[in-house]
Design a protein around this ligand. Structure first.
Ligand code: ATP
Ligand code: MG
Length: 179
């Protein structure tokens, strides 16, 4: 029996992923910041969380997938412009965020939250603040970027990830569109 079949729960979250070339570009840009604090997130883990679910019983995952599949998307690809470097002090995170969150992204998150309501996953949902984490345990002033960030995260799908021992595994995905 492998680990997976023994574990009754999985740590899950919905997210947009990042294309490999873009991960590389973002990691390179981060490299130029010459960070002296924090743990850099491995480039392969770059993502934008839509909804964190936490620990979920394996038996519920099929229903969660069904709920996600019921989310009506606009049929268009989503573009999020990551153009702001920020330090989230309380979370100890260095993040890239959009100066302006696109309405389609907010809509997607809202619809996803609505679809997940029957599962009663949380008491007090947190405000959604789109971001891509560059480093954790970051306790330093905002680094100065030589070139201002401007990464166009283009998503044609959203993904249910399992988080396990610092690695993410895509369990299922749903198309957003190609236009
Ligand atoms: P690690 O915790 O092992 O350092 P990680 O933070 O990347 O790695 P997870 O904690 O499983 O892995 O988190 C997966 C995603 O969910 C990340 O985007 C993380 O920021 C987000 N997340 C984790 N915990 C919460 C939470 N309590 N509320 C909202 N989002 C969360
Ligand atoms: Mg974490």
């Amino acid at each position: 029996m492998n680990d997976e079949s023994r574990e009754p729960f999985k740590r899950l979250f919905f997210a947009l992923d990042c294309a490999p070339a873009q991960r590389k570009a973002i990691a390179q840009w981060r490299g130029a910041l010459q960070l002296r604090s924090g743990r850099p997130v491995p480039a392969e883990n770059f993502h934008l969380t839509l909804k964190f679910l936490g620990s979920i019983d394996n038996a519920r995952i099929a229903d969660i997938c069904e709920a996600a599949a019921s989310v009506r998307t606009s049929g268009a690809r989503l573009t999020v412009v990551l153009d702001r470097l920020d330090v989230w002090r309380r979370a100890g995170a260095l993040v890239l965020a959009p100066e302006q969150a696109p309405p389609a992204l907010l809509r997607l998150v809202y619809d996803l939250e609505q679809a997940l309501l029957p599962f009663g996953l949380e008491d007090a949902p947190r405000e959604f603040r789109p971001h891509l984490t560059l480093a954790r345990d970051f306790r330093a002033p905002l680094p100065e970027a030589v070139t201002a960030p401007e990464f166009f995260l283009r998503a044609d799908r959203f993904i249910l990830f399992e988080s396990h021992k610092g690695r993410y595994r895509a369990l299922a995905e749903w198309p957003l569109g190609t236009a």
